[in-house]
Design a protein around this ligand. Sequence first.
Ligand SMILES: NC(=O)c1ccc[n+]([C@@H]2O[C@H](COP(=O)([O-])OP(=O)(O)OC[C@H]3O[C@@H](n4cnc5c(N)ncnc54)[C@H](O)[C@@H]3O)[C@@H](O)[C@H]2O)c1
Length: 321
Amino acid sequence: MHTILITGGLGYIGSILLKTLQKKNNRILCLDNCNFNNYKIRKKLSNKIIFFKKSISNEKFLKKIFKDYSINKVIHLAAIVGEPACNKDPEYSYLINYNASKKIFDLCVKYNVKQFIFVSTCSNYGKNKKSFVSETSKLQPLSPYSHAKVNFEKYLLKNKKKIEKISMLRLATVFGMSFRPRFDLTINEFVRDIYYNRKLEVYGENFWRPYVHVLDIANFITVLLKKSKKGSEIVNVGKTENNYTKKMIINKISKYLNVDNVYFNKKKIVDKRDYRVNFDKIKTKYNFKIRYSLDYGIKEIISFLKKSKKKEVFSKETVNS
Ligand SMILES: NC(=O)c1ccc[n+]([C@@H]2O[C@H](COP(=O)([O-])OP(=O)(O)OC[C@H]3O[C@@H](n4cnc5c(N)ncnc54)[C@H](O)[C@@H]3O)[C@@H](O)[C@H]2O)c1
């Protein structure tokens, strides 16, 4: 039996990861300061999970849990997530996303943790019109959010010998439902706004980005906990066929919903990220198959919207900015 610490475990990805991992025979600790009134989500999860409502910047508390529990593995998800959220207060976001992450890693080294999984982002690739980028491509962080992610990846690479196994996962943009749904993510937001026939202004309609379902991430992390070998690695998490432009996403949604209130704003660019990602490594190294398609996600979101109240899906708790 392992003791696994998951930071940010009550968030959009984290809560689905906890649900997946609680079925296995491990002791799970979850550290989350619950920025989105999301402490209540713990009631939907196993009562065997040990929850701490604390910040990852609370060094004294971090030291205590590393001292009190023999933690073998750490999955580090906690962060100020997304470009708009980080742009609001870049200094604070750097303190959390870089400085506090560094402290957690240093404690992992001190307390002999064997495996460290860091959830990074494909946003690190920034803008690359020409070809598909892969794990070895040049990074071009365009915002405080991706700067902190890139700098922490560098820190891990510099210290890669200090922990037996280190994985840095560059996730595609995530979609799909969770105990903490996020409607500030492209696909989730587009489906919600079209479902409610709200005016949706789409910027950079021909900009590319890769997408991945939240369950595929949880499943891949589960595989990593079991299968990864000694050493450090960077892995893009997604599927090469699931790179789409925003216009392509709107077309897909139009198979399921009437699209009459979408405006393509060709003049304004709000987000410069534009890249296509190659995901061969996750297939060749781990034989991992991405199972959930964009169509699956769109249908899942629609059925979630049918069951939910409008005020819930438009509440502040579902957006990070
Ligand atoms: N969702 C995506 O599309 C996406 C894509 C690439 C990478 N990621 C990465 O995945 C991770 C999880 O993202 P998410 O989409 O679940 O976002 P999220 O905002 O739902 O999850 C982050 C969690 O961390 C918690 N948190 C924030 N600051 C904290 C602090 N100081 N101390 C303790 N907990 C804190 C929040 O309460 C939240 O529960 C992040 O590291 C993010 O950068 C997400």
